[in-house]
Design a protein around this ligand. Structure first.
Ligand code: CUA
Length: 191
């Protein structure tokens, strides 16, 4: 009769069902991938906080073929207006190949709202030296809430005799053969 060998508490660890052998190169690339994601998230946060670059958030439909018949984007209502609640609102229509109106005056370091609509195809609206840069998609109103920093526009703009600065406003989405002539002026005045 043989002796029963009882080994209830084996010191040996159970073997894993799948042996995970990660190659050192794969491990290294895993960290590179994680680092890339972290850098990209960091860039998004940095541009949002330090450079005021935000994704568009306004969804407002409009019939692009009838802009001139709407009370808001009719020709006589375009340009800069102070609303009843005190807000400064600039309205612009982008159409091949013009920006209407050709010139707008905006105060610096003041909250402003820019509302733009396209009368035909996709345009882009960019004001040099500011964070105003938005697509103007036909069928929708693009709205930008911002403050223009006087020093940043003064750095690149044309100084006027009265202390204001002129910067260009231009289309930055290729919209056709006359795209390069689609631009206007923004006169930024000191607060
Ligand atoms: Cu409008 Cu390019």
């Amino acid at each position: 009769m043989g002796r029963a060998v009882l080994r209830p508490f084996s010191r040996k660890r159970p073997r894993p069902l799948i042996a995970l052998n990660i190659h050192p190169t794969e491990k290294r690339w895993f960290f590179v991938a994680v680092l890339l994601v972290a850098v990209m998230i960091g860039l998004v946060v940095y541009t949002a906080v330090a450079m005021s670059v935000h994704p568009p958030s306004n969804v407002e439909a409009i019939d692009s073929t009838r802009l001139h018949l709407t009370p808001e984007f009719a020709e006589e209502n375009l340009g800069v207006k102070r609303e009843k609640d005190g807000a400064i609102v600039a309205r612009v229509v982008m159409a091949r190949y013009m920006v209407h109106p050709q010139e707008i005056r905006l105060p610096a370091d003041t909250p402003i709202v820019l509302r733009a609509a396209s009368a035909d195809v996709l345009h882009g609206l960019h004001v040099a030296g500011t964070n105003i840069a938005t697509q103007v998609v036909p069928g929708y109103v693009s709205e930008v809430h911002t403050r223009i920093n006087f020093d940043s526009v003064a750095k690149i703009g044309i100084q006027n005799g009265d202390g204001s600065v002129t910067v260009p406003l231009f289309c930055n989405e290729y919209c056709g053969l006359g795209h390069q002539s689609m631009w206007g002026r923004v006169i930024v005045t000191r607060k």
